[in-house]
Design a protein around this ligand. Sequence first.
Ligand code: FPP
Length: 243
Amino acid sequence: MSKTKIDLIDRDKIPVHIAIIMDGNGRWARKQGFARIKGHNTGVETIRNIVTFSNEIGLKYLTLYAFSIENWGRPKREIKLLMKLLDKYLADELSLFLENNIRFNVIGLIEGLPLEIQKKIKYNMESTKNNTGLTLTLALNYSGRSEITTAVKNIVKDASSGKISSIDITEDFISSYLFTNDLPDPDLLIRTSGEMRVSNFLLWQISYSEIWITPVLWPDFSQNHLAEAVVDYQKRERRFGKV
Ligand code: FPP
């Protein structure tokens, strides 16, 4: 039998952090003649599959763009269904996290989400905080610009109260004020559905990330597709601006 991409992964050179812009749920549903929500439903199954696989190959950090601040501009009905799906996801997945040593984490303006969802996020984060396998981070009510704006506000607040002085402002210092302060920068950024955009995702953190864009729509994105991206990443030479 011919080798799959999964067989070709060099297990000693797994990237530390992969971030994914999951896109194409709506188009996937339309192509099959379904309502958009069916695409999101199937997208949740893809998340489960990709989280399990990431943990199995020893990835330390996986960050998924699940709901952007801009997504509030979608039709009310779609937002309601997405929130319902998110609520169910948070309730259903805890056992997977606990059984597989996965730490669950969220970045974004959590206080802008429905209360019941906020509660479940806090509960899941607290229940999995000592897990040492994969750290799964969902970006929820997130945008890169709002994250940077929040960081600037907090820096100004700490400066005016005398907690910090201007001498403290370095790149690492700014990183420490971002939602991602306990995550390394992504090594690899993946976007599905072929769009060539960053869409306000991790703007500060992806400065030196390698990028992989695939035409595959998120509900069709398989473990083998992720393996393909990892194998391609492993062939690249990262120079960080040097020669
Ligand atoms: C984009 O598809 C996808 C999103 C809105 C983010 C990903 C959401 C999910 C996988 C489902 C919900 C997630 C959780 C954690 C419950 P799109 O609707 O923009 O697709 P299109 O561009 O083809 O319309």
